[in-house]
Design a protein around this ligand. Structure first.
Ligand code: MG
Length: 264
C-alpha cells in the first residue's frame, strides 16, 4: 500500500545520491538537537555508498561536525552549511560585521520564549517551532541584519526557521561541485530534500538531467500555502523515503553491469 503511494524514479546503479538530512534521513524534531537517527541508518548509508560506487553525499544546512556526530560511525561525503563547509578545506573568511549580529539575534531569542538561536561558523538560524507567532518578527529581523554585513548575508526562510547565512553557496552549487570529480563525475545526480533551501538542489539536478525528489506532502496541486516545488518526484514523508532508500541496496543488478561499472 505504501509502495503504491510512492512517486519515485526506478533506481539505477549509475546514480549519484545527494541527501538532505533533516526531514529526510531524520524526522524533524522540536529542536535540531533532538533528532533521532534510526539505529540502522548509519550502516544503510555505508551500504548505499558502496552500492553507488562511493557516490553518496549528505547536503545539509547543518555544520559538518554535527553531521559526523549524527551518523557516526558512518562518515559519508558531506557538504555542510549549505555548501559553505567542506571536509579538509580551510574555512571561508566570514563577512565583515558577521560577529556583530550575535547580540541582536540573541536579544530576539530572549525576548521570545521558545525561540532558539543556533550559531554556525557562517550563519545563524532562529528556530521558532516552539513559538510560531515569532516567525514574522524573526524574518523581519533577519532581513534587516542581512544588509548590515559586507558582503550581505542571505536570508533563507525554512520550516519554522529563518536562516541568515553567508552567500556564495547553496545546495545546488554544492551538488555541482561534487559532480565535478570522482566518484560522482559521470553519474546521474539524484537529490532528495524537503524544504525551501533544497529548491536550489532540485533545480541543479534537473538541469543536469538527474532526479529531484521532494520529501513531504504533494504541493504541486496549488491548494497549499507553500510555493510549488521544482522537484519532479515526491514521497509523502521521511519514513517512506527511508524505506525507499533501504530498497536501493537490494535493487536488481541490471543485465550487463560489468566490472567497470557505470560512470565512465
Ligand atoms: Mg531538510
Amino acid at each position: 500500500m505504501t509502495v503504491a503511494a510512492l512517486r519515485l524514479p526506478d533506481p539505477r546503479p549509475d546514480w549519484a545520491l545527494f541527501l538532505d538530512v533533516d526531514g529526510c534521513l531524520v524526522d524533524i524534531a522540536p529542536t535540531p538537537d533532538a533528532v533521532v537517527v534510526e539505529p540502522g541508518l548509519p550502516a544503510l548509508l555505508d551500504r548505499l555508498a558502496v552500492r553507488f560506487g562511493g557516490a553518496l553525499a549528505l547536503v545539509s544546512g547543518r555544520p559538518l561536525a554535527e553531521l559526523e556526530q549524527l551518523f557516526h560511525p558512518a562518515r559519508p561525503a558531506a557538504a555542510g552549511q549549505h555548501g559553505l563547509e567542506w571536509r579538509g578545506r580551510p574555512p571561508l573568511p566570514r563577512p565583515e560585521g558577521f560577529e556583530a549580529l550575535d547580540a541582536p539575534l540573541q536579544a530576539f531569542a530572549e525576548a521570545h520564549p521558545g525561540v532558539l538561536l543556533e550559531r554556525k561558523s557562517h550563519g545563524f538560524a532562529l528556530h521558532y517551532r516552539a513559538a510560531p507567532a515569532a516567525g514574522a518578527g524573526a524574518l523581519a529581523l533577519a532581513r534587516r541584519l542581512a544588509a548590515t554585513t559586507a558582503p550581505e548575508l542571505r536570508v533563507m526562510p525554512g520550516k519554522m526557521v529563518v536562516e541568515l547565512r553567508m552567500a556564495g553557496a547553496d545546495k545546488g552549487t554544492a551538488i555541482r561541485a561534487f559532480m565535478e570529480a570522482p566518484p560522482f563525475r559521470g553519474r546521474v545526480p539524484v537529490f532528495a530534500g524537503d524544504d525551501v533551501t533544497d529548491e536550489d538542489g532540485f533545480a541543479m539536478v534537473n538541469a543536469m538531467g538527474g532526479h529531484s525528489i521532494r520529501v513531504g506532502p504533494d504541493i504541486g496541486s496549488g491548494h497549499g500555502a507553500p510555493p510549488a516545488s521544482a522537484a519532479r518526484w515526491t514521497v509523502p514523508d521521511a519514513p517512506g523515503f527511508r524505506r525507499w532508500l533501504a530498497g536501493l541496496v537490494v535493487m536488481d543488478e541490471p543485465a550487463g553491469e560489468g566490472a567497470g561499472g557505470p560512470g565512465t
